[in-house]
Design a protein around this ligand. Structure first.
Ligand code: SAH
Ligand code: SF4
Length: 369
């Protein structure tokens, strides 16, 4: 069976053309799948019966299976999703007053082994398919609607998820083609219809792929910086040994020339006594001088076995002040979903046979709107 979630807009059009169907039928089916969250062709009531019958034998809408669904005290919700062979990934919904953000995973595990990252510690399992990436968004929208989510934009007819950040498990630019296909669906008017500014891809800095992204699908870009010098970054973010800071900064400047936002967001995890001294802040100001950017300081989220501690609050604020005094926009990320381990860098996708058994009979079945 062909999974409709695996097609980007051009791919779906080509599939319909190859079957001898009219192009507008592909757009119609796309709206059923990605805007009305239909789970099977039979539900697509305004499609000619003949077409529905022709499709029914060949295609399916197969989102990855949710094996755990937890909601934190602050409303943050995490889905643990089975991707086979004892691998699991996580998607996290972060509700705010004016938006609903979904943090999406791109790989099961990650090969890049950043020193402070729980996903990295788990090693690399495999790349996700387009269907598994976009399936996270499809499932989150569907589940939130089924649960009767109360949000003004949903009352106005928009989908629950208004923003996507590719900041879950994995390095999105190391899984380039499936990720770009998923991004194209997020932007497409016959699918999720999000503006480029509402879709952010976070990378640890794979320079050639940053250039490719700017050619193929320039969404908002976040770069995990974490250190202002090569010596320190080599240790914290090992990909820096391949693509050092000078190359990374140059790639960011090139990206901004084409990007939907006129800045790059630099993420900087605050590690006590490692990268949080006044001198680091001054070096950071010098490093980013030529890059239109904003800085996001992320309090380190500890996980079992991690060798770092989070910088004290006063240290983070002092660091932020130095950046601000130099004219940089620097925010401190609010930590969300703490009590369910849904915060940045804590996603590890641990799945035991027990959770699998317990949830096997509870994979949510919800009606499309
Ligand atoms: N691989 C991509 C995207 C996923 S990680 C990347 O590295 O950018 C998303 C963000 O969480 C990155 O900025 C990453 O450096 C940060 N992060 C990883 N582990 C963390 C931790 N333990 N505490 C806080 N942030 C962390
Ligand atoms: Fe991979 Fe990003 Fe974690 Fe580094 S921080 S190990 S690139 S997921």
């Amino acid at each position: 069976m062909t999974n409709l979630l695996d097609f980007d807009p051009a791919g779906l059009a080509a599939y319909f053309a190859q079957r001898g169907e009219k192009p507008f039928r592909a757009r119609q089916v796309s709206r059923w799948v990605h805007q009305r969250f239909a789970a099977d062709v039979g539900a697509m009531s305004d499609l000619a019966k003949g077409l529905r019958e022709r499709l029914a034998g060949d295609v399916e809408i197969r989102a990855p299976a949710v094996i755990r669904d937890t909601t934190a005290s602050d409303g943050t919700r995490k889905w643990l999703i089975d991707v086979g062979s004892a691998n699991a990934i996580e998607a996290v919904y972060i509700p705010e007053d004016d938006r609903g953000t979904l943090c999406v995973s791109s790989q099961a595990g990650c090969a890049l082994d950043c020193a402070f990252c729980s996903t990295g510690k788990q090693g690399f399992n495999r790349n996700l398919t387009t269907g598994e990436i976009v399936g996270q968004l499809w499932h989150a929208n569907r589940a939130l609607l089924a649960d009767g989510i109360a949000a003004p934009w949903v009352d106005a007819g928009r989908a629950p998820i208004t923003n996507v950040v590719m900041m879950g498990m994995g390095e999105p630019l190391a899984n380039f083609e499936p990720v770009v296909r998923a991004l194209k669906l997020m932007l497409d008017d016959n699918a999720y219809g999000l503006s480029r500014r509402r879709v952010t891809l976070s990378t640890s800095g794979i320079v050639p792929q940053i250039d490719r992204l700017s050619d193929e699908c320039p969404v908002a870009l976040a770069v995990s910086l974490h250190a202002p010098t090569d010596a320190l970054r080599d240790r914290l973010v090992p990909i820096n040994r391949v693509h050092p800071l000078a190359d990374l900064m140059a790639a960011c400047v090139r990206y901004v020339e084409k990007a939907p936002r006129d800045f790059v967001t630099f993420e900087y995890v605050m590690l006590d006594g490692v990268n949080d001294a006044d001198s680091h802040a001054h070096e950071l100001v010098a490093l980013t001088r030529d890059v239109p950017c904003k800085l996001n300081l992320i309090p380190f989220n500890p996980f079992p076995g991690s060798e770092f501690r989070v910088s004290p609050r006063a240290r983070i604020l002092a660091f932020q002040r130095i950046l601000a005094d130099a004219g940089l926009v620097a925010t401190v990320r609010k930590t969300r979903g703490d009590d369910i381990d849904a915060a940045c860098g804590q996603l590890a996708g641990q799945v035991t046979d027990r959770t699998k058994r317990r949830f096997a009979s509870r994979i949510p079945v919800v009606a499309a709107r």
